[in-house]
Design a protein around this ligand. Structure first.
Ligand code: BGC
Length: 706
């Protein structure tokens, strides 16, 4: 690593102006035009570039300059794999692509919690559960950083809505913060050692996160031992001097006015120089740490990366329902309905999109596979999309960021559907939902609910196909949950393919044909209805819907987020956290629980007792004894995906849970506490399909400092 300067020596000779320039970045990047930002050039210190993002390297091209990069499945789908190895591979491939484009810092992974189904950026985040989120983020970080590129955890913290994201004040108890929202970051930091973190736009209990000394210095650095750099989200907060004092090291994207503001504060004595030096040191350390990335750029094996994207996507497909129709046999004649077969969504919008060389649409994937597509029907959807969207828009679909407004899906008459039912063996209906940065989804038809035309399509297709004893499969190409209960009985199979990245159509074909048995599990709860979601209880708990200009949001449900709420208060979801079917069947046997002074080891056998090869996700939920501190009914404390098990094959699974991870935060004592009593170990294939139960006893209270 050939840095010409030594950090402390350099700090000793830099002028105040130079120091300030190092900690205030620029947005209009010159090194890599189209990147999200870069640092400034100061003396011998060259700028480094930063760019998004969570679904693939995103650099905006212009004119003839295009930065093609692999479109990987969105993080919501990565989390659905429950397979950290796959996520690490994705991180590594993204790191290599970042490096190829001379990007030193990747602005990913996103690690906010799916507090409710409608946050516009949920697809950029992993899960409603902090353990699953934290583990996935940690492995993603390790993958990225193995290439020498820095990963950035974002958005720290409590940024679970997009409405008024730049000013909204998140009001949340310290207990919920520690157990849910901070917890995901804590795990990712301790297990992944990210070199950077991005504080969020919002305020936290009255203070902008990027200006919170408690958050950035006390919790992040002093308690968790974070050694990396803190940068602001783009334009976050309202006072750069407060930001630097609080523990922010790099203000992004920054501008010359901010440079002046900070210099003036130093000169006036309002910003003691040691704060500035601390930030400068972190910026220089980040530049130094990422030097190998800039020195070891090499060509990308794009084919190999497309395979990484494919592998991750195929493991993240979640099978919600299967009345025995899947997998399809080669030669099955398939009638495909819905515009999503042509304008398949690879990703969401905003920082979570990028520019792949191609996207295999669902239609293209099916046509190349061993099913026989009713091409006349599909060409009607193709022509319809072309006439409604225009050629220009379609040409740009995967190159630009395009919002596809809903267009009616029921373009076929009943007589036509009767004809298609006659000449095909099975019907496939594709339903799509997009979302993106800067806006939230809505609990209305066309978003959380299906539109009337989508419902009608399901009605008539089911009617005519069922009258011929033929089955109907729905494919959900969605950014987040939709309402399913009102129509699920009308169809025979439902597959969630989320936003699967550039290999979408290949993934769909391979799953439908059983080349791969689905092994994805929901990383979130699918509620039966919006009114069942805890945040829907009052407009204070989720302002913005219907109000448009919220100043604050109260996390009323406290620690009862996602399944923690549904399980504790006995609300039945449409599909529970951890749910997902396979083409094969697994049995769980021979549970053993061994407790030592510091951990609990759970082991068990998983046996494939079905007819197809498949992978299973073993989930361990712990139900704590009733004690003094409020606890959810159960909490995920460990998980493991098996290897590919052939029919009859068995794997012994071992999961170790540190006793510390059983603790709840006691806000009165400001300590983590494990209360004594009998703890139930619940081993499930989902949070509600528990296959084995055992227990262990904690004889005395354990306490841990935060
Ligand atoms: C987003 C960040 C992103 C940044 C740079 C912001 O608007 O919130 O997630 O990394 O822009 O593109």
């Amino acid at each position: 690593m050939s840095m010409v300067w030594k950090i402390d020596d350099l700090i000793a000779v830099l002028s105040v102006e130079d120091k300030v320039k190092l900690v205030v970045g620029v947005g209009r990047a010159k090194e890599v035009p189209g990147a999200a930002g870069e640092t400034r050039s100061v003396k011998d210190v060259k700028p480094i570039s930063l760019t998004d993002g969570p679904s693939g390297v995103r650099i905006e091209g212009s004119g003839d300059l295009w930065y093609y990069a692999t479109a990987f499945p969105a993080p919501i789908m990565l989390a659905s794999t429950w397979n950290p190895e796959v996520v690490e591979e994705v991180g590594k491939a993204m790191g290599e692509e970042a490096k190829y484009y001379n990007i030193s810092v990747l602005l990913a992974p996103g690690l906010n919690i799916h507090r409710h189904p409608l946050c516009g950026r949920n697809f950029e985040y992993f899960s409603e559960d902090p353990l699953l989120s934290g583990v996935m983020a940690a492995t993603f970080v390790r993958g990225v950083q193995s290439t020498g590129v820095a990963a950035t955890l974002k958005h720290f913290v409590a940024n679970e809505q997009e409405v008024n994201r730049r000013i909204v004040d998140t009001i949340v108890s310290e207990k919920a913060l520690r157990e849910i929202y901070l917890k995901a970051f804590e795990i990712a930091i301790k297990e992944g050692d990210p070199w950077a973190i991005m504080c969020s736009y919002n305020k936290l209990n009255g203070v902008y996160t990027c200006q919170s000394e408690w958050l950035l210095t006390q919790v992040l650095r002093n308690e968790w031992g974070f050694k990396g750099l803190v940068m602001t989200d783009w334009g976050a907060g309202d006072n750069p001097v407060e930001q630097i004092k609080a523990g922010t090291d790099l203000i992004m994207p920054g501008n010359d006015d901010i440079v002046k503001w900070v210099i003036e504060a130093v000169n006036r004595g309002a910003l003691p120089i040691h704060y500035l030096d601390r930030a400068v040191k972190k910026v220089l350390e980040l530049i130094e740490r990422t030097a190998t990335a800039r020195e070891s750029r090499r060509e990308i094996d794009w084919k190999k990366h497309s395979e990484v994207a494919y592998r991750a996507a195929v493991e993240g497909v979640v099978l919600l329902k299967n009345n025995g129709i899947l997998p399809l046999k080669p030669g099955t004649r398939v009638a495909v309905f819905g515009t999503g077969q042509v304008e398949t969504l690879k990703s969401g919008m905003g920082s979570g999109h990028n520019h792949p060389r191609y996207v295999v649409t669902i239609l293209e994937g099916l046509k190349k596979s061993e099913v026989i597509v009713d091409e006349e029907l599909s060409s009607r959807y193709e022509n319809y999309v072309l006439s409604k969207r225009g050629k220009d828009k379609l040409d740009k679909l995967y190159r630009d960021e395009i919002l596809l407004e809903h267009i009616p899906q029921d373009i076929v008459s009943e007589e036509d559907v009767a004809k298609y039912a006659e000449r095909n063996d099975v019907a496939l209906i594709v339903i799509t939902r997009i979302s993106g940065e800067g806006w939230d989804r809505k609990s209305v038809k066309g978003d959380f609910y299906l539109t009337d035309d989508e419902q009608k399509l399901i009605d008539i297709v089911s009617k005519y196909f069922h009258s011929k004893e033929k089955k109907v499969i729905v494919i959900l190409n969605i950014a987040g949950p939709v309402e399913i209960v009102s129509w699920r009985d009308k169809v025979d199979a439902i597959l969630v393919i989320w936003l699967p990245g550039q290999e979408a159509g290949k993934v769909v074909a391979d799953i439908l044909l059983g080349r791969v048995s689905p092994s994805g599990k929901l990383p979130i709860t699918f509620p039966k209805d919006w009114k069942d979601v805890p945040v829907a209880k009052s407009s204070e708990c989720y302002p913005g819907i219907p109000q448009d200009n919220p100043r604050f949001v109260v996390y009323c449900e406290d620690i009862y987020v996602g399944y923690r709420y549904y399980d504790t208060f006995g609300i039945e979801p449409a599909y529970e956290f951890g749910y997902g079917l396979s083409y094969t069947k697994f049995e769980y046997r021979d549970i053993k629980v061994e407790k030592t002074g510091t951990s609990v080891k759970v082991s068990l056998d998983v046996i494939n007792v079905g007819a197809y090869p498949g992978k299973e996700v073993v989930q361990i939920y712990i139900k704590a004894p009733k004690g003094r501190i409020p606890k959810p009914f159960q909490e995920l404390k460990g998980f493991k995906k098996t290897k590919l098990l052939k029919p009859g094959e068995k794997e012994r699974i071992e999961i170790t849970i540190p006793i510390r991870e059983l603790a709840s935060f006691d806000p009165d004592r400001k300590l983590w506490v494990v209360e004594p009593g009998e703890y139930q170990v619940r081993v499930g294939t989902s949070s509600r399909d528990i296959r084995l139960i055992a227990s262990f006893t904690i004889s005395e209270e354990h306490i841990f400092a935060p």
